[in-house]
Design a binder for this molecule. Structure first.
Ligand code: URA
Length: 433
């Protein structure tokens, strides 16, 4: 085998054998194949794509470049969930307690935020004392006791993805469906859960901006998981406006708790119930209606809230934050963003709101940036609401930024107010089995 022939085959749209793909990935990870040859191959994939079989082979070769978790010590069905990234997306923190309260284990590794999207790990780290870096043995112990645990991505998982993603990032080959699919699914397969639920975001704040591309990515990921012996489903969900009314870190933890306490309903609650019900159905807990009922009951009975309390305690965090939000990081400064005219809110652009939160200090510009865990945005309106001129449509919070004038302009720009109300887009576009 040699790299030149492999690059040529993909360039001319000819299928590679599984062994050729594995040889390429292994050779790149151990430094035998140089960046320039892998870059050429990635660009060939970008233009000619890969077949379903090739995509599965690439995913499995990437998975096997590092540790694959052995979850056999957990006596029961395990399920993992992945979101392709959004603004205000705190669904994992609501869903994992709901699903585990219904008897299905959720061992989960999550990432940190970068750019306009937030990360579950950063949100959890706003809880005083909370540890996201645990040994594998402790992680399993917590999953067994609390039903779920969320930790940060271990360095030993899929080293091939770290190397390949860095190369894709500098060679304009990130936005290729087989490459995104293999990057995401190699990490999910390395986690070793029996079932995987994928939340593929579509809209202004999402990676996928068109329904067609979101469906293609969802189909590729589900096929890859099923070809690798897993149960998998993808739900294509709306990311045209931020999820929930809070964007940031500590501020999102408060919203999670309010939902789990049953104090808050709306689109975020509805989405979490639907995603949880799909996970429970995949884990064999009943049909769609029965599983929806289980998810609703996990909140109304308080059992999901208790699961979160236990998990926080077991991971070293202060569980008293659940009853006293003042124990979470508090912002030093705040300002209201006022509507400049009366009318209906027709758009709250997720990406622009995410970038506003980033400017406030709630996110990371580079992987090394420090986060202000108290910073964020509280939206007082959602799409379809009416705002009077001069009414506060959102409040900005920060502990590092005290002059909000420029950031308030950014925030105002993210919101469109019109005379006519627009049609509300669906929360769930499609389910791919
Ligand atoms: N997220 C990933 O983990 N990989 C990609 O390629 C894109 C999004």
């Amino acid at each position: 085998m040699n790299s030149y022939d492999i690059i040529s085959k993909t360039k001319y749209g000819r299928e590679l054998a599984d062994e050729e793909i594995r040889w390429l990935v292994e050779g790149y990870v151990n430094g035998k194949i140089p960046d320039y040859q892998l870059s050429a191959w990635l660009m060939a994939v970008y233009f000619n794509s890969l077949s379903e079989r090739e995509t599965t082979a690439l995913t499995l070769a990437m998975r096997d470049s590092g540790d694959v978790m052995d979850l056999s010590a957990i006596d029961g069905i395990t399920i993992d969930k992945h979101s392709t990234g959004g603004v205000g997306d705190k669904t994992s923190l609501i869903i994992a307690p709901i699903v585990s309260a219904s008897g299905v284990y959720v061992p989960k590794m999550s990432g940190r935020g970068l750019g306009h999207t937030g990360g579950t790990i950063d949100k959890l780290e706003s809880i005083p004392g909370f540890k996201t870096e645990l040994s594998f043995a402790r992680f399993i112990e917590i999953v067994k006791k609390a039903g779920f645990s969320i930790i940060s991505q271990s360095v030993d998982i899929v080293p091939a993805d770290k190397k390949l993603y860095a190369l894709r990032d500098t060679t304009a080959t990130v936005d290729s469906i087989p490459l995104i699919c293999s990057s995401i699914m190699s990490k999910k397969l390395a986690m070793g859960a029996d079932c995987i639920l994928l939340d593929v975001k579509l809209g202004s704040g999402a990676f996928m901006k068109t329904e067609e591309s979101a469906k293609q990515l969802a189909r590729a990921m589900v096929n890859t998981a099923v070809n690798s012996g897993k149960k998998c489903r993808a739900i294509i969900t709306n990311m045209d406006e931020p999820l929930g009314d809070s964007i940031g870190n500590a501020i999102e933890i408060i919203e999670v708790i309010e939902i789990l306490k049953g104090n808050k309903k709306g689109r975020l609650y509805e989405l979490c119930i639907e995603l949880s019900a799909n996970m429970l159905e995949m884990a064999g807990k009943g049909n769609a209606d029965e599983c929806r009922r289980l998810a609703v009951e996990a909140i109304s009975s308080g059992s999901a809230m208790e699961k979160l309390r236990l998990m926080i305690e077991l991971q070293g965090g202060n569980p008293r934050i659940i009853d006293d939000y003042a124990l979470l990081p508090q912002p030093k400064f705040s300002t209201d963003v006022l509507a400049q005219r009366s009318g209906y809110i027709t758009e709250i652009n997720s990406e622009e709101i995410g970038l506003t939160a980033l400017r406030l200090g709630a996110g990371r510009v580079t992987k090394e940036s420090e986060i202000d865990l108290s910073a964020g945005i509280k939206l007082n309106k959602s799409v379809g609401d009416y705002a009077e001129s001069g009414e506060a449509i959102m409040t900005l919070y920060s502990s590092v930024e005290s002059d909000f004038s420029e950031i308030a302009d950014m925030a105002r720009h993210a919101v469109t107010i019109s005379e006519q109300a627009s049609e509300k887009k669906p929360l769930i576009y499609d389910v791919v089995y």
